[in-house]
Design a protein around this ligand. Structure first.
Ligand SMILES: N[C@@H](CCC(=O)N[C@@H](CS)C(=O)NCC(=O)O)C(=O)O
Length: 207
């Protein structure tokens, strides 16, 4: 059986948990990371030298990096609907996954740790304002795009790009700050919340 190593409060662990729910995969999860088992021990570093969650173990195969994990699981289970085999369809999914990883997903980090996790190390008001503005700019891009697709990130159908984007949108929607209106993103968030596996892992009770 698949084993997921990582605390369920981690956005990157949640991507994997959400995907497992979408696919209907059986798994077991072990709590590792902040507040749980130490990811800087030799035992864990042997699995992931970065000392970060998540890691998955699939038999004797070990994999880290949440985006690589969701790609692996979707392909392993033949889910071309989530990760298309067709060249251009896949390229569009990859485009948005990369945009999330290098752009949107980075933008809210400081504000999230300051305003939601209330981590005292993140107390620079200038950086909070900067992070909120950076995130709002990305959400505006996403809002315009979703206004055109009317459905999901890569088009009318749900794909792996939504697994990443939905994780980020949840952070943005929960951010206790004045936010510019984003009607298409708000409608998208509602569509995501109608998916049981999303509602299970991304909700106000577990920010
Ligand atoms: N790029 C990595 C980032 C992993 C990452 O930053 N994980 C954070 C949690 S979201 C972590 O392990 N933090 C340390 C901890 O929980 O001890 C991925 O997508 O898997």
């Amino acid at each position: 059986m698949l084993t997921i190593l990582g605390r369920a409060s981690s956005i990157n662990v949640r991507k994997v948990l959400w995907l497992c729910g979408e696919i209907g995969l059986d798994y077991q999860r072990e709590d590792w990371g902040q507040g749980f088992r130490d990811v800087k021990t030799p035992e864990y570093l042997a699995l992931n030298p970065n000392g970060l969650v998540p890691v998955v173990r699939d038999g004797d195969f070990v994999l880290w990096e949440s985006d690589a994990i969701v790609r692996y699981l979707a392909q392993k289970h033949g889910r071309d609907d989530l990760y298309p085999a067709e060249l251009r369809e896949r390229a569009v999914v990859e485009q948005w996954m990369n945009w999330y990883g290098t752009n949107f997903g980075q933008s809210f980090r400081y504000a999230f740790h300051a305003l939601i996790r209330k981590n005292p190390a993140y107390d620079d008001q200038g950086k909070i304002t900067e992070s909120l503005a950076a995130c709002a700019a990305r959400v505006a891009i996403l809002d315009a795009h979703l206004g055109r697709t009317g459905g999901f990130v890569a088009g009318p159908d749900f794909t792996l790009a939504d697994i990443l984007m939905g994780a980020g949108v949840n952070r943005w929607m929960q951010m206790p700050a004045d936010k510019p209106p984003c009607p298409a993103v708000a409608a998208y968030y509602e569509r995501l919340n109608a998916r049981p596996a999303y509602a299970e892992w991304f909700n106000a009770e577990q920010p």
